[in-house]
Ligand binder design. Structure first.
Ligand SMILES: Nc1nc2c(c(=O)[nH]1)N[C@H]1C(S)=C(S)[C@@H](COP(=O)(O)OP(=O)(O)OC[C@H]3O[C@@H](n4cnc5c(N)ncnc54)[C@H](O)[C@@H]3O)O[C@H]1N2
Ligand code: MOO
Length: 390
């Protein structure tokens, strides 16, 4: 058994970034930007009014001053000439501030009489003008690589980029194995169960920015597994589920080796998920998850998501953790790093009383995984622990 951090490092060592493609802005969310986006103009491109009011010269700014309103500036419709002493231009938020004007007095601080505006008392010190380039200047860039969030996409759009160079979505071929498995909606024999893992894993893959490809369920035989590995060709990651342990019918390691996998590791000090394996598999990577449903999903959060992100070109990094107070006592841990299914509440994080790795109902109800280091002593309610949000 190797520690979780070492297993992750060995995985990252196998990962090299996939190629890129261009996408439109509406397809860019959650993708990894791979080429910088550079602004082609300042934003705003002109000094812009921040308020609705009157654009005036600074020397005219005194209570009771009467100014001639000589025209109007609206967003998208600038005022063509200058504001001179004794003059004002009616102006609206987002409009270019006319030449000569040094301040916008908000309309609430004025009175209007025909073509004259009268400045009131208590005009604020705020000039209400956004200088050109206050947001960004031509030549400013969004650096790559970067996981694109909605605000990044809006920023790229503001920079006048219509298409972005992003990582191709890493393809993950998901291979569930086991003679006991029948696809959902099928007709299982009394000694069979419904295959669930691949569907949860596909959701994790897609949410992480990958593309999931579900392969047909493979039986517990070398021939069936060989055939399945054949079908996995072309994927960036071959993700097997089940058959990873030491039983007579756990053949994934042997079948993968026969199909050309060079093993990087097998067995990690993690609970759940101990029989995890990984290796190079031709042009692809193979990640072999244990079959217990919770083990497979926990290992996907801990290993697969960071791997997909690294393949997309982000700097290798483990799943983000944060510190939260315990709302209940946490028993001492054994020799494996424990990822406990837990509920988050106003009083902190509470480990679920049942932690068996077969309990999908518990995982589905959980908000977070508490990460308890190997051989950690018991922790009382109120102590801080690290969690991964689900
Ligand atoms: N003698 C030992 N036995 C086991 C050990 C060990 O160290 N020594 N480790 C245990 C641990 S820990 C785990 S985790 C499991 C994992 O074993 P496998 O990866 O070989 O998984 P399977 O035996 O194929 O399946 C385990 C369990 O999960 C069900 N399963 C499998 N695939 C799916 C699926 N796609 N959807 C839903 N459920 C699935 C399967 O029916 C089994 O019940 O090994 C322990 N044993
Ligand atoms: O590590 Mo296994 O995943 O305990 O159930």
């Amino acid at each position: 058994m190797i520690p979780v951090a070492e297993a992750l490092d060995r995985l990252f060592a196998l990962a090299s970034p996939v190629g890129t493609e261009e996408v439109g802005l509406t397809d860019a969310r959650g993708r990894v930007l791979r080429a910088p986006v550079t602004a082609t103009r300042d934003q705003p491109p002109f000094a812009a009014s921040a308020m609705d009011g009157y654009a005036i010269r600074e020397t005219d700014c005194a209570a009771g001053t009467r100014l001639a309103v000589i025209g109007e500036a609206a967003a998208g419709h600038g005022f063509a000439s200058a504001v001179k002493p004794g003059e004002a231009v009616r102006i609206f938020t987002g409009a270019p501030v006319p030449e000569g004007a040094e301040r916008v007095v908000i309309q609430e601080d004025t009175a209007r009489e025909g073509d004259t505006v009268i400045l009131g008392h208590g005009i604020s010190d705020n000039r209400n003008i956004r200088p050109a380039g206050i947001d960004f200047h031509a030549g400013d860039a969004i650096a790559a690589p970067r996981l694109l969030r909605p605000a990044d996409i809006a920023l790229a759009a503001a920079m006048n980029a219509a298409r972005l160079t992003v990582a191709r979505r890493p393809e993950v071929a998901i291979l569930a194995t086991g003679d006991e498995l029948v696809a959902p909606g099928g007709e299982p024999r009394p000694d069979q169960i419904i295959a669930s893992n691949a569907y949860g894993l596909a959701g994790i893959v897609e949410a992480a920015g990958g593309r999931a490809r579900l392969l047909p369920i493979a039986g517990d035989s070398m021939a069936s597994l060989a055939q399945a590995f054949d079908l996995a060709r072309g994927a960036d990651i071959v993700l097997t589920v089940g058959g990873a342990s030491v039983g007579d019918h756990d053949l994934v390691g042997a079948a993968a080796a026969e199909a050309g996998m060079e093993r990087a590791f097998w067995k990690v000090a993690i609970r759940p998920g101990k029989p995890l394996m990984a290796g190079r598999f031709g042009q692809a990577l193979l990640l072999g998850l244990p079959g217990n449903p919770v083990s497979s999903m926990v290992c996907a959060h801990v290993f697969l998501v960071p791997l997909i992100r690294a393949l997309a070109g982000l700097p290798p990094a483990p799943a983000p953790r944060r510190r939260v107070r315990l709302a209940a006592d946490l028993p001492a841990n054994g020799p494996r790093e424990h990822y406990l299914r837990a509920d988050l509440g106003a009083d902190g994080v509470r480990p679920h009383p049942r932690q068996d790795s077969s309990l999908l109902s518990v995982l589905a109800a959980a908000d977070a995984l508490i990460v308890q280091p190997p051989d950690d002593p018991a922790r009382p309610a109120g102590a801080e622990v690290e969690v991964i949000d689900l």
